[in-house]
Design a protein around this ligand. Sequence first.
Ligand code: FEO
Length: 405
Amino acid sequence: MGPVQIKDNIYWVGVLDWDIRDFHGYSTPKGTTYNSYLVIDEKITLFDGVKRPFKNDLLESICKIVDPRRIDYLVVNHVEMDHSGSIPELVELIQPEKVVCSPMGKKTLIDHFNRDDWPFHVVETGHQLKLGKKTVSFFETRMLHWPDSMMSYLTEDRILISSDAFGEHWATSERFDDEVDSAELFSHAAKYYANILLLYSPLVQKLIAKFAQAGIEPAMIAPDHGLIWRKDVGGIVSAYGRWSRQESLKKAIVVYDTMWYATASMADAIGEGLKQEGLDFKLFDLKCNHRSDIMTEVLDASAIVIGSATINNGMMPAMADMLTYMKGLKPHGKVGGAFGSYGWSGEAVKQISDWMREMNISLVNDGLRVKFTPKKQDLEKCVEFGRQVARAALEKMESAPRTRS
Ligand code: FEO
């Protein structure tokens, strides 16, 4: 796809990756984009590279506007390989006057590419760079998504080139938020937040506050993945506020893996109990749901109930995968409980409870175990277990301070 003008003398020159289906453990059924932005001014400037195999697509796009060798400044907002993989070859071709990056960016570029001879121009928060008529202000955004991350703000045009933040993994021929279905766009943005940024939520809150304090009100947010926000900038910033506060809905998720459907029967009965107390619920069998889709549901769930059969004195392997992933993303403020069927030893429920405590999930009890196939009285206990979780979740929601942006 060729360049797209987003403002006078500012172009999207990114690339579409329609085929990627796994992004370091995150399922991407609709692909992704690697966005680069080209600014034509007295100093021609390229913001961010693309994943290495797409370098020629990027260059083809740039060539439709300007000879890439005329680029003066190459800004590297983030060094993860989906953006920096092409940087060595771009530097070689362009021979830029400056490679602009944060202090950690310089270190990380050298760690990746072993090139300390590049013409680094290190910028920190508050530094500005004149391109001619246009000015770039830089903001270090450590851990959003890596320690080297920063954002670039085109001050006259009020365009925030936001690197990973405010993005989506979604390949589309459209480039702007108002050209696609808004509900689908926000669902991709939520999945992206839940799987990439959730653990850095306190930093997201600080970032939003920092921009407000600095009086920065972008007219456009141009992330390095997905669509450019120009119609609903307020909507995505507000969503980041909600997601970073981990505001929860009257919603529970029941995540389980089952061996011979006994644990699945327990999940059904627990769902019934949740609903009886007024909590909507969704069931996720790990045999047919991806960990990253489940994390999207974790984002705004008030309760998480997790179950596994016991196999070889432990939990089912898919559950270990799920819990490892979930723990790393640090969901906050949930209530829940563990359950599962067992035959003779039954360690899975205790193991899951221990994991959930480590995630600071408030457990309603030590878990519910059922020997082999649940009988009528066992299913009644499961319903009551669901009701207990729902009551605890609703009580927590009622006592939580209300903050809305
Ligand atoms: Fe899109 Fe953290 O890289």
